[in-house]
Design a binder for this molecule. Structure first.
Ligand code: ZN
Length: 82
């Protein structure tokens, strides 16, 4: 069962003001890349206060982000290697 967004708490500032946000255009670290820019739509919980992404422990969203990153890589997005 996925955790409901109301129960998520920001790992950075402790606020419970997570909001599903389209993170298209933002960069994420993934596998051997230090950053991969998302160029497809992807909605994940993001803290309204500090902007921290909070999808760790929310398994459904980990998979959603992973597949969005993979799609972006296939489309030839900007990446940075370590
Ligand atoms: Zn926060």
């Amino acid at each position: 069962m996925p955790v409901s967004i109301e129960k998520l708490r920001c790992g950075e500032c402790g606020e419970r003001k997570m909001e599903l946000t389209n993170v298209k255009g933002q960069s994420f670290c993934y596998k051997s890349y230090s950053s991969v820019k998302l160029i497809v739509d992807c909605y994940i919980p993001q803290c309204k206060k500090c902007g921290n992404h909070c999808f760790r422990g929310w398994s459904q969203d980990c998979k959603r982000v992973d597949s969005a990153i993979e799609q972006s890589l296939e489309l030839g997005t900007d990446t940075t290697n370590f």
